[in-house]
Design a binder for this molecule. Structure first.
Ligand SMILES: *[C@@H]1O[C@H](CO)[C@@H](O)[C@H](O)[C@H]1NC(C)=O
Ligand SMILES: *[C@@H]1O[C@H](CO)[C@@H](O)[C@H](O)[C@H]1NC(C)=O
Length: 496
């Protein structure tokens, strides 16, 4: 009994000791975390101070170099686009599909890749798509002006039969005209095959976003990747000039940032973003919006748009952003975009912080540019090539180009792509403007906010939870923004 009581007492004091120990450990742990955390902040601050300091220690500088230029870890992932063992070679089909591709260059490219997959599902022979000549870009280029047509046909011959033109005898045949449903599933297209009972030719009036992002067979998803990343090569003149321009950039600096500065008139008018513009400019954008029939929303509050993160970053904001991320003033920045609204005056808001801003016209000779004038899609193709090859890709707005380039860079090995958190940034910028934050604090917050927005591997995102039905399909992350897991694999086992 006595022994028993004693051991109970011992147990009680034992647990008292362990509780105190526990508290001490927690306390020490919090101190530890606190120290680590404050060191982190301190380090960040020191770095921003050090940027202009010539005596910057070497190790510090290298650390910074890796941070701003180094790609995210690819985690041993690699592209995988080969068909599975079940996949059968295409048969010669006497059903035909003609396509009118709509939108700007990148919308057309992803649309065409989708149409290759749809032709495969429908067991149709695909006729080389017609390109959009009426969109904002008003480009008269044909498919073969922009893409390597022979390569396109040849490289997909196991997947889909592709012909340059409809056979003569079918030119006047009645066509089943079809506006395919947006983000359509496999079952939708299986039903469409019923149309073959009535028609030998189906005409597709629009190619953008006609295929779901998810829920399709692996072989169809891989076909989309092969079509976009391997078969839709640009035509030799574009490809060659693009490579030349990349070389010229690299001769100016070891590394460069490709900035897709979507600060173009159409985008500002469409989004109603007039922050930093004067009254007459704002009025001009409003008039353009009112006169553009297919833009449905006319009345837009610019302030609301901006604080909700829906505006493209302005050239000035991009400058503050890049500086906050730690890019030195000497950084070479290539502007991958059409005409900047407000021209050089507005661009100087960026160039004042980063004097090595390069626009296309500074890289290309008159002679080289001759055949590109009035061909917005072809110059966009040059920007695409330069953006894919850059060390860092930074889109100032989420759009078709940003999506396509980000996805392609992921596919090629998770090259660094910085996706600005525009909503968060605007808040920081406004606090800076109001004098509530100083530059080191801005730098700290901006870096924190973008730690996980550098293009590191992750699986494609789903639609936000709570959204049902067709709206879901629209809100899922685009297949072409992130073709992981279907076209990016970790081990060989996943490939089959
Ligand atoms: C594809 O179409 C051809 C004729 O157009 C037909 O002979 C063949 O059976 C079809 N294949 C499938 C899998 O439906
Ligand atoms: C636009 O929205 C802001 C913020 O919500 C508001 O303060 C402002 O009055 C609005 N402007 C107009 C013209 O409605």
């Amino acid at each position: 009994m006595g022994n028993h009581r004693q051991s109970r007492k011992a147990k009680r004091s034992h647990s008292a000791i362990s509780i105190s120990l526990y508290i001490v450990i927690i306390f020490l742990f919090s101190i530890f975390i606190f120290i680590i955390y404050s060191r982190d902040i301190l380090l960040d601050h020191q770095q921003t101070h050090f940027q202009t300091d010539k005596d910057q220690p070497k190790s510090e500088k290298m650390f910074n170099d890796v941070q701003i230029w180094g790609p995210p870890s690819g985690k041993g992932l690699h592209p995988c686009v080969k068909p599975t063992t079940k996949y059968k070679a295409a048969q010669v089909s006497d059903h035909y599909m003609t396509v009118k591709s709509n939108g700007g260059l990148n919308q057309m490219r992803t649309g065409i890749a989708d149409m290759v997959a749809v032709a495969r599902i429908l067991n149709a022979t695909l006729i080389i798509p017609q390109l959009d000549k009426r969109s904002f870009w008003k480009d008269t280029s044909t498919f073969s002006d922009i893409f390597d047509e022979i390569h396109f046909i040849e490289s997909l011959k196991e997947d889909v039969r592709i012909l340059k033109e409809l056979p003569k005898e079918l030119e006047s045949a009645p066509r089943g005209r079809k506006h395919f449903s947006s983000w359509a599933a496999m079952s939708y297209y299986e039903e469409i095959t019923q149309m073959w009972n009535e028609y030998q030719v189906i005409h597709v009036a629009k190619s953008d976003s006609r295929l779901a992002n998810n829920g399709l067979p692996l072989d169809i998803q891989r076909l989309r990747c092969r079509a976009l990343y391997q078969s839709l090569r640009f035509s030799p003149p574009i490809e060659n000039l693009g490579k030349k321009l990349v070389k010229r950039l690299r001769s100016r600096a070891k590394r460069y940032v490709a900035l897709h500065l979507r600060y173009e008139k159409d985008m500002l008018s469409f989004t109603g973003c007039t922050h930093g513009l004067d009254v007459s400019e704002a009025e001009e954008l409003k008039v353009m919006r009112e006169n553009t029939n297919h833009w449905k929303v006319k009345d837009i509050n610019s302030t609301d748009q901006r604080i909700n993160g829906l505006c493209p970053l302005t050239p000035k904001e991009v400058g503050v952003f890049l500086k906050a991320l730690g890019y030195p003033p000497s950084t070479l920045i290539y502007i991958a975009a059409g005409e900047i609204y407000g021209g050089n005056t507005r661009l100087s808001d960026l160039a004042s912080r980063f004097p090595n801003v390069i626009v296309k016209e500074m890289l290309v000779t008159e002679e080289e540019m001759k055949s590109f004038y009035d061909h917005a899609s072809q110059t966009a193709a040059l920007d695409y090539i330069i953006s894919i090859e850059s060390d860092v890709f930074l889109p100032s707005h989420s759009g078709n180009m940003a999506i396509a380039v980000e996805g392609h860079r992921r596919f090629l090995g998770h090259r660094k792509t910085i996706t600005p958190d525009r909503k968060g940034l605007v808040e920081i910028f406004d606090n800076l403007e109001a004098g509530k934050l100083d530059e080191p604090m801005v730098s700290h917050f901006v870096r924190q906010l973008h730690k996980n927005r550098q293009g590191a591997p992750r699986k494609r995102g789903e639609a936000p939870s709570g959204i049902r039905g067709r709206a879901r399909l629209r809100l899922e992350e685009s297949f072409y923004q992130n073709p992981y897991p279907e076209c990016i694999c970790g081990s060989n086992r996943e490939e089959r």
